[in-house]
Design a protein around this ligand. Structure first.
Ligand SMILES: [Zn+2]
Length: 115
C-alpha cells in the first residue's frame, strides 16, 4: 500500500490482501494496480474529512466534538476508514475507550434509566 504522511513523505507498506480489500471497500484507499492500493487521505486530511462531514457534532451526544472515534475499535479489528470513523467529543471518546458501540450505547441507556 502506498500513501503520504502528514509531512508529505511517501511511504510503502506491505499489507494483507484482506485488509486491502476492506480499506478499498470502506473508501479509505483506491486500487492502483493488481498489487498496489493507495491511501486516499493522510492522517490530517482524514481527520478533517470526518470532522467536516459530521459538522463537528459528536456522533454519540451531539455536542461539539473535535476528535475522531472508531465505531468498531481498532483493538477489535476496526479500521481507520470513513465508514468506521465518526466525530466525537472528548468526553464520549474518553468514556467509550475500547468498548464497542453496542456496549457503549447500552451503558448510555443505563445512565439515562438511572436518572
Ligand atoms: Zn459526545
Amino acid at each position: 500500500m502506498r500513501g503520504k504522511t502528514d509531512n508529505g513523505r511517501s511511504y510503502y507498506q506491505e499489507i494483507e490482501p484482506e485488509l486491502a480489500k476492506i480499506l478499498v471497500r470502506e473508501n479509505a484507499a483506491y486500487v492502483v494496480n493488481r498489487h498496489t492500493i493507495r491511501r486516499i487521505y493522510s492522517n490530517r486530511e482524514f481527520r478533517k474529512l470526518i470532522l467536516t462531514r459530521d459538522g463537528h457534532a459528536c456522533y454519540f451526544c451531539g455536542q461539539y466534538g473535535d476528535t475522531i472515534d472508531h465505531l468498531l475499535p481498532r483493538a477489535k479489528g476496526g479500521h481507520t476508514t470513513p465508514v468506521n470513523c465518526v466525530c466525537a467529543c472528548n468526553e464520549c471518546n474518553h468514556s467509550k475507550a475500547d468498548r464497542d458501540l453496542e456496549e457503549f450505547t447500552e451503558s448510555i441507556a443505563r445512565t439515562f434509566r438511572s436518572e
